[in-house]
Ligand binder design. Structure first.
Ligand SMILES: *[C@@H]1O[C@H](CO)[C@@H](O)[C@H](O)[C@H]1NC(C)=O
Length: 240
């Protein structure tokens, strides 16, 4: 990126007839943009100051992350898990999906490393409904089946792609996205990596219609331009 800026500057110099004031403004803008990027407006979790910080899951301290155990007590077991070895139960919800995540509980060595991994099982025609991860970008790879994925950016533009085994897709941090198994007969499997040890997830439909307590009906009705009956029906369909 820096070399690109240098090139741009050179080009501008060679143009000669450009006045000095406008050149000054544009290089100031460039420097400001580079600084903004370097200062990390899109940072993953903060860097660790140590090789590792095995999560002390029994600690009652609250801080940004989880405290570490004494590093001398670290073992290989802290860095390994079979949490993702088994398929999740896709019948546990009406959407037909199950996400199994590595966390500081099942993989304590992940603490402070700024990443995690998920196994995404999707039943035939099942869906991981539109949702977002407030703390992480996600890169997913389809291992089995045929998965239609997509996300919507903040200008409401949709980016979508049908993934076959071996193909990947990336969902930028915080943007609403979905995964749909287009095959009605066979289950699909994807593995996702996250740029946070604790990406968080918010399902758009559940946050809106199944919050606890409920968002007042009048708010939902107005927001979606629907009736009380519609609100009740959607809540019921979503298990409410
Ligand atoms: C995933 O399956 C497990 C059991 O295998 C279940 O406890 C959990 O609620 C399921 N998750 C979802 C999101 O349905």
């Amino acid at each position: 990126m820096e070399s690109e800026t240098v090139r741009t500057k050179k080009k501008k110099k060679s143009l000669g007839h450009m006045n000095k004031a406008s050149m000054g403004t544009s290089s100031f803008l460039h420097i400001f943009l580079i600084l903004a990027l370097l200062l990390g407006l899109a940072k993953p979790d903060p860097d660790s100051l140590q090789d590792y910080c095995i999560a002390d899951t029994k600690s009652s301290f609250y801080l940004n992350g989880v405290p570490c155990i004494n590093p001398n007590l670290a073992t290989t077991a802290h860095f390994t898990t079979s949490a993702l070895a088994k398929p999740g139960n896709t019948r546990a919800n009406t959407f037909g999906f199950n996400v199994t995540l590595t966390t500081v509980a099942n993989l304590p060595g992940i603490n402070t490393l700024g990443l995690s991994l998920a196994r995404v099982d999707i039943a035939g025609n099942g869906i991981v409904p539109p949702h977002s991860h407030p703390r992480a970008s996600e890169v997913t790879i389809c291992l089995k089946g045929s998965i239609l994925v997509g996300f919507v950016d903040t200008s409401n533009r949709l980016y979508t792609q049908q993934l076959r085994p071996g193909e990947s897709f990336v969902f930028p941090k915080g943007l609403i996205h979905f995964l749909f198994n287009v095959d009605s007969l066979n289950p699909a499997l994807a593995i996702s990596g996250f740029s946070s040890q604790n990406p968080g997830a918010q399902v758009a439909s559940l946050a809106t219609f199944r919050s606890n307590p409920y968002i007042p009906d009048d708010v939902v009705k107005k927001a979606f331009q629907i009736t009380t009956q519609d609100v009740m029906k959607i809540r019921k369909n979503l298990g409410g």
